[in-house]
Ligand binder design. Sequence first.
Ligand SMILES: [Zn+2]
Length: 407
Amino acid sequence: MNWDLLLIDCRAATMAESGAPYGAIEDAAIAVAGGRIAWIGPRRDIPLGTAKETVKLNGRWVTPGLIDCHTHLVYGGDRAAEFELRLKGATYEEIAKAGGGIASTVKATRAASLDDLVAASALRLASLMGEGVTTIEIKSGYGLDLENERKQLRAARRLGEAGLVTVRTTCLAAHALPPEFSGDNEGYIARVCEEILPAIAGEGLADAVDAFCEKIAFTPAQTRRVFETAKKLGLPVKLHAEQLSDQGGTQLAAEFGALSCDHLEYVSDEGVAAMARADTVAVLLPGAFYALRETKLPPIDAFRKAGVPIAISTDHNPGTSPTLSLLLMLSMGTTFFRLTPEEVLLGATRHAAQALGLQASHGQLKTGMAADLAIWSVERPAELSYWFGGNPCAGSIKNGSWVKRCA
Ligand SMILES: [Zn+2]
């Protein structure tokens, strides 16, 4: 057999269901060919073959490349000034008057050129990739009209063009009400369903459709219209659901076979049961939980009992989760939500892949899957959520090619 790359002297947390914690293989070998994992297993069992490059990893751990399955990474401006005002005691109204809040991000995103958006987002993406992220989902939702939603999604697509990271795009036109539709939610949802989504889908700019179902955003009935449109257009759906209150959005999303429901602090037992039936992933977002100083925990035990897969993501956005670290989210997932280190790692690998519909090709170290790997200078996988504020990522590989070469 001929391989492009052979990794030896390593331990693999395959995250596959092998019976061993983390699907671990001690003293593993991983052979890569044609961008895929050609063989993985205990080194003693490796078939005869030659590799163009063989790398000894000195006992380091290898995991699937991390997957950040919920981000709003592409936007103009930031909200640091507003953050500072708020901490100096400004009220919500004063901040809104000073042009703050989501409206300010919409304004800055509309004002930015495509190139500006790509440049600003590429810096943020580089931080995530430095921690072994090889796949990321990026939502629109700060354009809120066809021209600017399109611009955001094009910027997201462009971030993936160099092939160093897989970018999955989600159209979140139903994120908030744009200023020109003030007081007319119905009118805006009609615009989303009749104009924005069909055009975006027609241009192949979105891999999925998302909405924000909440008192401060859109009702379940309006969300249903968005989902019906997505279904007609052949796009899978996801939902920002039950973040601030229980709207029953989760049941609605499950009815449409949603890939994921995200946030979920206020999800009901019925919502959890519906997600289990639809095999919908629960994407938990501890960064927003932290920044908003929430106290209501998502029902972790109910998810576990019902067998709902749990993913963890940054929810990177300028308002409520301006984090540049998925590893920090893994730590917060353990500390705030009491998830185990193995659960949070599954949440950024196998389950995150499922939240993007990529479970057949990504999120595990298995023969035939994409050779997306992260290499860690740790003694055990639990360290990925044990340390916080550091970065033990020693190297990463995307589709069989080095993104960050091990020293
Ligand atoms: Zn979000």
